[in-house]
Design a protein. Structure first.
Length: 93
C-alpha cells in the first residue's frame, strides 16, 4: 500500500526536507461517514516558476497561482494561516 501523509504533514515534510525530496502520497481526507472523500489537489498554473526563498509573504505574491506554487513547492505554510489548503485568501477567492 505504501506510506501516505495528510496535507499538513506534507507541508511540514516539505519544510524539513526541501522541495527536491521525494515525499509520500497524500492520504485521502476522511468525511464524517468514515469514507474517504475524493479530493482533487489544486496545482499551480503551468508556467509558474518559483525560487524558494525569494518571496515569503502574501503581499509579495502577484497571483493565486504564484501563492499556490510557493505553498506547495516551497512549503511556505505561513501563506495558509487557517490551514485549509488555500494560500493568501485575499488572492485566492
Amino acid at each position: 500500500m505504501g506510506v501516505t501523509a495528510d496535507a499538513k504533514e506534507i507541508v511540514a515534510l516539505r519544510q524539513l526536507l526541501g522541495s527536491q525530496a521525494q515525499l509520500p502520497r497524500q492520504a485521502p481526507e476522511m468525511n464524517c461517514s468514515g469514507q474517504a472523500a475524493t479530493i482533487v489537489p489544486k496545482l499551480p498554473a503551468a508556467g509558474v516558476t518559483v525560487t524558494c526563498g525569494s518571496k515569503r509573504y502574501c503581499k509579495e505574491m502577484t497571483s493565486c497561482s504564484e501563492a499556490r506554487a510557493f505553498l506547495t513547492q516551497c512549503g511556505l505554510s505561513r501563506l495558509d494561516r487557517d490551514k485549509d489548503g488555500i494560500p493568501c485568501e485575499s488572492l485566492c477567492r
